[in-house]
Ligand binder design. Structure first.
Ligand code: C2E
Ligand code: MG
Ligand code: MG
Ligand code: MG
Length: 281
């Protein structure tokens, strides 16, 4: 089964406990070595202003090129990295790599643009987070307003008071905050208003079947209206078709990100897009 699925697929994972446990251990130990072996990479996916069509930022997305398994998706190894605690080291590495990339692009003459970086739930809980981010900003010399930290709605909802105070400390550094996968984490709307946010990212599950599925249309509309009411920007994730773009424009969603515009790409492949500031979507 696993072989049929190709070596990129960790399908074997689901076949029996013993195999699963063995794989789990092997993968975890591989992951520990991945950083020093330089198997981890960061790809970048453009974020588009729906009104102008211009690229206004990129999201940094972690990639693992495993020597035997090939490409392992972050959806598979981030949960593992969370469990084993290595996520904090990896997360700091992603942040530094993304900020260095931003600095390099600026040094090459590109105008500064938003760099969005995902924070894991564990990273978010580290008391040293704000200090570590400040240090990275100082080391790389990038302006804090161009860094946007993404926290998932489910991570944010674990402890609302803690989230509020942690986000406030981050915002004090001058960085922006996005709520990722919005709509999937059971936020109460009264809680959202306490978080110092800049962007709501509509989860791709609500974009996928829009504009045909009327529930998804209603949800997308509601998130955009909520964002507008709270003074936040709204970005739609997982945009794959011209029809979705048209729909999102019609409801005045601010930004979009998805395969329709560009897949996440290695830095050398995305640089030409950033120079032209446009993607042919
Ligand atoms: P996310 O932050 O919500 O990122 C969006 C995911 O959607 C990415 O998957 C991206 O490649 C994918 N995507 C973008 N456009 C489309 C589209 O048009 N259609 C579809 N079907 N998918 C699209 P990816 O890169 O596999 O990452 C999965 C998740 O792993 C991310 O979801 C994020 O939660 C996590 N992740 C990725 N990089 C990092 C990281 O550096 N740190 C942490 N803590 N988590 C990360
Ligand atoms: Mg994200
Ligand atoms: Mg998301
Ligand atoms: Mg996601």
């Amino acid at each position: 089964q696993a072989k049929q699925q190709g070596k990129n697929n960790y399908q074997i994972y689901h076949e029996g406990m013993a195999v699963q446990t063995l794989n789990h251990l092997a993968l975890e130990s591989d992951l520990r070595k991945a950083l020093s072996r330089k198997e981890l990479l960061v790809h970048y996916q453009p974020q588009i202003d729906l009104m102008t069509g211009a690229i206004v930022g990129v999201e940094a997305l972690l990639r693992w090129q495993h020597p035997l398994l090939g490409f392992v998706s972050p959806a598979q190894f981030i949960p593992l990295a969370e469990e084993s605690g290595i996520i904090c080291t990896i997360g700091e590495w992603v942040l530094r790599t993304a900020c260095q990339q931003q600095r390099d692009w600026q040094a090459a003459g590109l105008p500064p643009m938003r760099m969005a970086v995902n924070l894991s739930a564990q990273q978010f809980q580290q008391s040293s987070l704000a200090t570590s981010i400040l240090q990275t900003l100082e080391e790389t010399g990038i302006e804090p307003q161009y860094l946007e930290l993404e926290i998932t709605e489910s991570a944010a909802m674990r402890d609302v008071q803690f989230t509020t105070s942690t986000l406030s400390r981050l915002v004090d550094l001058g960085v922006q905050i996005a709520m990722d996968d919005f709509g999937t984490g059971y936020s109460s709307l009264s809680v959202i208003k306490h978080f110092p946010l800049h962007t709501l990212k509509i989860d791709q599950s609500f974009v996928r079947d829009a504009p045909h599925n009327s529930s998804d249309v209603a949800i997308a509309n509601t998130v955009v209206a909520l964002g507008r009411g709270l003074g936040l920007k709204v970005l739609a994730e997982g945009v794959e078709t011209a029809e979705q773009v048209e729909f999102l424009r019609s409801i005045q969603c601010d930004f979009a990100q998805g395969y329709y515009f560009s897949r996440p790409l290695p830095p050398e492949a995305i640089a030409p897009l950033l120079i032209s500031k446009q993607v042919t979507g």
